[in-house]
Design a protein around this ligand. Structure first.
Ligand code: PLP
Length: 366
């Protein structure tokens, strides 16, 4: 049996470091916003090439706090429209709604699974004030085009980089340093994953960073002096310590994922299976390796019989979710096709060459 993702094996590589960090943490007697959070923020900002990193509780809060921050700075106001991919995890849309803004869903492109640029253009109205590209499955959205469109219409660009830690564009700029601000998640399954919930905002905007630092901690920069109606969404000290152990190998872990993806793409030959369109560059960190198959449930049955792990990211698009009935009258044929046909195959830094060969040979015999 080849598991879809062996998180335990991934984290076992760091066991000694984790234990040393825990010991230091325990000895310090300091549990909230301490030296580990501070050093992780400095390390992750440097990694992304961004001026600021603010550690927060999770990825959803990272996105929400960016929007709340812009409201406080007067760059967004209640009911402004934010363009967002119809083909995303629900968190991106929830962040917009929780901040009192209006999500406007934009159709996807079948080759990249990210924004369809023509639909993006067409969705812009007088009320549009921001755009939230999602680097889905680890592949950068078409940021050059998105930045151009945003500049022409004076829109803020907020990256949902929750699946794209380390992805680089042609100029070597990383996710988190391409738009005006970015939200990251360190949920355990992400390419940089904590051992619990964790998230961060990156930005080059000094004023935004200042406001988010307050917002995550009850609106205060000095204890018990509350300047803003804040939240409690701090990056946990112990999770920051674990993330500090894992960040140094993120690039090589992503490289291993890319090399597996390249092997899958060159050696899986089966007309029934549509492979990801990938240019071989560092703009993809293969958080997920997603293929499309017409009769998904018979394919899944076949994978089960052959012991190949799989998951679907995601089985139901946001506009078809019961929680978002307000969008249920909308139709996004490409997004719906994607959700009906996709299936994610095993990919991770701990997948062995032998396991990769097995996946390829099983798929070629389908
Ligand atoms: C994981 C994820 C989030 C949310 O992250 P949490 O840490 O679970 O809140 C947001 N957007 C995308 C695209 C994600 O994959």
């Amino acid at each position: 049996m080849i598991p879809f993702l062996d998180l335990k094996a991934i984290n076992q590589h760091f066991e000694t470091d984790f234990q040393n960090s825990f010991r230091q943490f325990l000895d310090s007697g300091y549990y909230i916003l301490g030296s580990q959070v501070k050093s992780f923020e400095a390390n992750f900002a440097r990694f992304c090439g961004a001026k600021h990193c603010i550690g927060v509780g999770n990825g959803l809060d990272a996105l929400r706090l960016i929007l709340e921050g812009y409201k406080i700075l007067g760059k967004l106001k209640e009911n402004d429209e934010v363009l967002v991919a119809s083909n995303t995890y629900i968190a991106t849309i929830l962040a917009i709604k929780q901040a009192g803004l209006n999500p406007v869903l934009v159709e996807a492109d079948l080759d990249t699974y990210n924004f369809d640029l023509e639909s993006l253009q067409k969705s812009i109205s007088e009320k549009t004030k921001a755009v939230m590209p999602v680097h889905l499955y680890g592949q950068l959205s078409p940021m050059d085009e998105i930045l151009k469109i945003s500049k022409a219409h004076n829109l803020l660009v907020i990256e949902d980089a929750a699946q794209a830690h380390g992805a680089k564009n042609e100029e070597g700029k990383r996710a988190g340093n391409i738009g005006d601000a970015a939200g990251f998640s360190f949920y355990p399954t992400k390419n940089l994953g904590a051992l619990g919930d964790a998230g961060a905002v990156t930005t080059n905007d000094d004023a935004l960073a200042e406001v988010i630092k307050k917002l995550r901690n009850y609106g205060a920069s000095t204890k018990y002096v509350n300047e803003l109606l804040g939240f409690n969404s701090r990056l946990d000290e112990l999770q920051a310590a674990f993330l500090n152990c894992k960040l140094p190998t993120l690039d090589s872990d992503n490289e291993r994922r890319r090399s597996i993806a390249k092997k899958y793409i060159s050696e899986i030959e089966n007309d029934k299976i549509s492979l990801p369109k990938y240019d071989g560059s560092e703009n993809h960190i293969f958080h997920l390796f997603v293929v499309r198959v017409k009769n998904r449930y018979s394919f899944i049955d076949y994978l089960d019989r052959n012991g190949i792990g799989h998951l679907i990211h995601y089985p139901l698009p946001p506009h078809k979710q019961q929680a978002l009935l307000e969008f249920s009258h909308l139709s996004f044929p490409i997004t719906e096709q994607i959700h009906n046909e996709i299936i994610s195959l095993p990919i991770s830094p701990v997948l062995s060459n032998e396991e990769v060969e097995t996946v390829i040979s099983v798929l070629n015999k389908y």
